[in-house]
Ligand binder design. Structure first.
Ligand SMILES: CC(C)(COP(=O)(O)OP(=O)(O)OC[C@H]1O[C@@H](n2cnc3c(N)ncnc32)[C@H](O)[C@@H]1OP(=O)(O)O)[C@@H](O)C(=O)NCCC(=O)NCCS
Length: 202
């Protein structure tokens, strides 16, 4: 079942909505973009999340699910980016500090995985510093070179390119093709993992 079918926007009384710890997960609306922007960027300074600008969030707001309290208080968000039938990516998944540990993050992730399934995408990837959270949802650590689309979308422009401390994870089969770069890239062209100085200002 997809986010769309589980969480109809504007139907605040739907009893079909999944609830965990009082939280409701639904598709994001454009009006949620400010909350998404503020929360995601509150954790981008230290590299926990990639920074997202407001225009980009508005443009891609249909990628997002949000968690909110029964009274409509914004608790967190997560996005599923579709590269194509071969690969999707969980991005910008975050819960407000005061709402952590109450099931919202797990429910958001589950909704994004159901959306991937609805879209017919078996392979879902992400980069993270907290693999333990994702292990329990079926993700495993992989070599990042198997994800050229992700590398070309984000890493090549990232100031942490040569000092990345995130691990790549995949749920489902490894993607067998890519749309943003060559389908096979040699290791040296990709993210060199080495300890180094993170450029100032990031
Ligand atoms: C990661 C995050 C979204 C989890 O949200 P949450 O609402 O606290 O998670 P939940 O309450 O749904 O927890 C679900 C399960 O994951 C576990 N878990 C939560 N955070 C975890 C973490 N950082 N590491 C390992 N396990 C974690 C919980 O213990 C729980 O396990 P249980 O079901 O056995 O009790 C939240 O901690 C967060 O916003 N972190 C900062 C942003 C971030 O790092 N995002 C990931 C970027 S890739």
């Amino acid at each position: 079942m997809s986010i769309s079918s589980l969480m109809p926007v504007g139907d605040s009384t739907s009893s079909s909505r999944p609830r965990v710890g009082g939280a409701i997960v639904r598709k994001a609306k454009l009006q949620d973009a400010v909350n998404i922007f503020d929360l995601v960027n509150s954790l981008s300074g230290d590299g926990t999340l990639l920074p997202r600008n407001y225009a980009e969030i508005c443009e891609n707001v249909r990628d997002f699910a949000i968690a909110e309290s029964e009274s409509g208080v914004f608790l967190g968000c997560g996005a599923l980016h579709l590269y194509g039938p071969h690969l999707a990516e969980v991005r910008s998944i975050v819960v407000k500090p005061e709402a952590k540990g109450q099931g919202s993050g797990g429910k958001l992730l589950q909704a994004l995985l159901e959306e991937a399934e609805y879209q017919g995408v078996a392979s879902v990837c992400l980069f993270t510093r907290i693999p333990d959270f994702f292990f329990q949802f079926g993700f495993r650590v992989v070599d990042r070179t198997v994800l050229p689309d992700k590398i070309y979308k984000d890493c090549q422009m990232c100031p942490r390119l040569y000092a990345c401390d995130e691990v790549a994870m995949v749920r489902g089969p490894l993607p067998r093709t890519a749309v943003l770069g060559p389908s096979k890239i040699s290791e040296p062209e990709l993210v060199k993992l080495q300890t180094g100085t993170i450029p100032s200002g990031y």
